[in-house]
Design a protein around this ligand. Structure first.
Ligand code: ZN
Length: 389
């Protein structure tokens, strides 16, 4: 049976509260009221974090900010902030200034920045008086890894970019003696649920290297890596912590964008994560066409959960194309040219059967015993700490 037929024959059920559906590439299940597990998971987490009283949230935020401010690194920064030019990280940069933090702003240039993203970054840094460190990836290596992922027919083509961002942030923090990394991820707009298979682990270096070994063509000499041992070193010996400060404020995407436009001359670039041309093409063209996934379902559902969009609005928006057909074609030409791919080769890759990431081997499989022992040791050490306290 070919894939198109499989997709066509699958009958989707859509959640009655959000707009997520089930399907072969999700773990979505429904209760007897037709509400999905993602809605329930969000509720449970939000009760513990988002919906706790304003005063308690404020106190927590104050405590975290004063802890961050206590440790200035060798170069005078108390934290690092990764800035993509998108709404979440831009708003975090704006708030960090209001909170009196001194971040070193780091931007990752993986070769796919849109013009608007670059303008946004410079506007923010200039207006807020931040120092900007732009890390430019070796394009030949990065192109080789991204292409390897496309050839491997796996679903999460964003792993190389995200891996590279996390690895670089840790590396810079460690070199400069900075103990805190500010991350724009947040529950209100980016709930880290595990109910969809398009989101593969961004820190699985074994999977990344195996995919590249099989489908890559050049040696990786400069690509920043974040394996299990590097993570253990950064987190437990260098004691570098990642903090998600947008979870402590009433983060409303629409209001945040208005503030950014008014205060910093920031410009909107359309869909979520569309500040990168590759991401726009991957989310708006490749995911729907090859994997039959419309990522807007999760983005809009997230806004429904946090009370920033109604279900009706979400369904109405979903009927529109991911972005204009004309821009999709322009992006396709641009992406193929940048990758050095012929149209026929690309179409063949688009038609190839989907392969789960796990097929190529994972960190969990390779270090299963070590991970088991480490988890046990950490559990025991945490319970001792709790008892002592
Ligand atoms: Zn739901």
């Amino acid at each position: 049976m070919n894939r198109k037929k499989q997709v066509k024959e699958y009958t989707y059920t859509v959640c009655k509260r959000c707009i997520l559906n089930n399907g072969p590439l999700t773990y979505t299940t429904f209760d007897d009221k037709g509400i999905c597990n993602n809605c329930r998971n969000f509720e449970a987490l939000a009760k513990k974090t988002l919906w706790i009283s304003r005063n308690r949230n404020n106190k927590k935020l104050k405590d975290i900010l004063s802890t961050i401010k206590k440790v200035r690194g060798r170069s005078g920064y108390d934290c690092i902030l990764g800035l993509s030019g998108g709404a979440d990280s831009s708003y975090l940069a704006y708030m960090a200034h209001a909170w009196g933090l001194h971040p070193l702003v780091v931007h990752f240039d993986n070769g796919w920045n849109s013009e608007i993203a670059v303008k946004n970054i410079h506007a923010i840094v200039n207006k807020l008086g931040y120092d900007l460190y732009t890390y430019v990836i070796d394009w030949d290596e990065f192109r080789d890894i991204q292409l390897a992922y496309v050839k491997a027919s796996v679903i999460d083509l964003e792993v190389p970019t995200d891996h590279f961002i996390y690895a670089t942030l840790y590396e810079i923090a460690q070199k400069r003696g900075i103990k805190y990394i500010l991350d724009g991820n947040n529950i209100a707009t980016e709930f880290p649920g595990g109910s969809w298979k398009w989101n593969y682990s961004k820190i699985d270096l074994i999977n990344l290297l195996n995919i590249h070994k099989k489908f890559g063509t050049i040696k990786l000499r400069k690509f920043p890596k974040l394996g299990l041992f590097q993570r253990l070193y950064y987190q437990h010996i260098a004691r570098i912590k990642t903090v998600y400060l947008l979870n402590y404020v009433d983060y409303n995407k629409k209001k945040a964008k208005e503030t950014l436009k008014k205060e910093l001359g920031w410009k909107d670039y359309g869909g979520k994560h569309y500040e990168s041309i590759f991401t726009r093409f991957y989310q708006g063209y490749m995911l729907p066409k090859k994997f039959n996934i419309d990522k807007r379902r999760i983005h809009f559902s997230n806004l429904i959960w946090s009370g920033q969009m109604t279900r009706r609005e979400a369904l109405r928006e979903l009927k529109k194309p991911t972005y204009s057909k004309r821009d999709q074609e322009l992006d396709k030409t641009y992406v193929l040219k940048k990758f050095g791919l012929h149209s026929e080769e690309f179409e063949k890759m688009m038609r190839a059967p989907i392969v789960p990431h796990e097929v190529y081997g994972t960190e969990d499989q390779k270090y299963s015993l070590l991970i088991y022992i480490l988890t046990r040791v950490m559990r025991i050490s945490n319970s001792i700490k709790k008892k002592v306290n």
